[in-house]
Design a protein around this ligand. Structure first.
Ligand code: OGA
Ligand code: NI
Length: 350
């Protein structure tokens, strides 16, 4: 019997395929080369946020600034988000992706402009090669504008996710103050640049993959938003590019991974780096990751701060609205790894 086409990858993957369909296979020049990846746990700085508002303030600001500049990535512990909340959100995501296909499909859409949607790969309307991932995307700030759109199954989904989003937003606001300070800007500088602020969240589900060497969960990309707070379950999969080498960032329970997005690179006039990263898959375990993408509102005007521009450091980017940037990102379909070059003053064709 011919298999019926599946909208979601989870339902294809669980049907016991031994070979991945051809639309998932990357060209030989663009494969994960998993044996070439470094596994070094100390590679991404782990910053202890206890004392950020106390005696260790200046040391922690220094650590954050260094990490943003050198790595574009760091991990945080003692971040103030309760362990119980972390296990609840990971469980609710897992329960959601284990719902019957018909129940999950109620949330399905391949239109990236929808504010709540379940989809697969990255942007199936524009991409050439598919990625081994399903994802639920939610807008989550201001909460009251969006909660009613969210899935209502599992029954506690809205309540649990709303609590988590509020808590993560609190962490982000503290980090934005710290990062502003580390750049020598007023503490509320970045906060004020973001217009009405935006917060999106993804729940990524990476099913086991029979041929993980041939495909990605997510190919190399930078995040288009301001700053990302990633929670991952206990299964490795995230890799970060450092000095031309991919490094695995193995999960540490109850820590978050923070990474600088494209808008922060612009707001630091290139001092801080939005770094390439990717997710790989494996043949025996499914994996869940939950990134929070904090962003400017679409009408916010982003550009290098005048405080960071002088003769030696000319403005690397022109001013643009975040809405303009974000549209470019989705239309590129992750083929172009990063859109920042399109917003350099020399690139006036856009
Ligand atoms: C992302 C991302 C990494 C992961 O969703 O932008 O980089 O480990 N995810 O899922
Ligand atoms: Ni990312």
């Amino acid at each position: 019997m011919a298999p019926t086409a599946k909208l979601l990858l989870a339902d294809l993957a669980s049907s016991g395929v031994k070979q991945i369909p051809s639309n998932f296979i990357r060209p030989i020049s663009d494969r994960p080369n998993l044996s070439d990846v470094q596994i070094s746990d100390g590679s991404i700085p782990l910053i202890d946020l206890r004392g950020l508002d106390g005696p260790n303030h200046s040391t922690i600001i220094e650590q954050i600034g260094q990490a943003c500049q050198r790595d574009g990535f760091f991990q945080v512990k003692n971040h103030g988000i309760p362990e119980e909340m972390i296990s609840i959100i990971l469980n609710i995501a897992r329960q959601f992706f284990k719902l019957p296909e018909s129940e999950r499909l109620k949330n399905y859409s391949d239109d990236p402009t929808k504010t709540t949607r379940l989809s697969t790969s990255f942007n199936i309307k524009t991409e050439q090669v598919s990625s081994w991932r399903d994802f639920l995307r939610l807008h989550c700030y201001p909460l009251e504008d969006y909660v009613h759109e969210w899935p209502s199954n599992p029954p506690s989904f809205r309540k649990d996710v709303a609590e988590y989003c509020t808590s993560v937003r609190g962490l982000v606001l503290r980090l934005l103050e710290a990062i502003s300070e580390s750049l020598g800007l007023e503490r509320d500088y970045i906060d004020k640049k973001l217009g009405g602020h935006g917060q999106h969240m993804a729940m990524n589900y990476y099913p086991p993959c029979p041929q993980p060497e041939l495909t990605y969960g997510l190919p190399g990309h930078t995040d288009p938003n301001l700053i990302t707070i990633l929670l991952q379950d206990h299964v490795p999969g995230l890799q970060v590019l450092r000095n031309g080498k991919w490094i695995a960032v193995n999960p540490i329970p109850n820590t978050f991974i923070v990474n600088i997005g494209d808008q922060m690179q612009v707001l630091s006039n290139d001092r801080y780096k939005s770094v390439l990263h990717r997710a790989v898959v494996n043949s025996d375990k499914d994996r869940i990751s939950i990134p929070t993408f904090y962003c400017p509102s679409p009408d916010a005007v982003i550009g290098p701060p005048k405080e960071l521009v002088d003769d030696e450091h000319p403005a690397v980017y022109r001013d643009f609205t975040y809405g303009e940037y974000y549209e470019k990102f989705w239309n590129k379909g992750l083929v172009k790894e990063c859109c920042l070059d399109l917003f350099k003053p020399s690139n006036n064709t856009t």
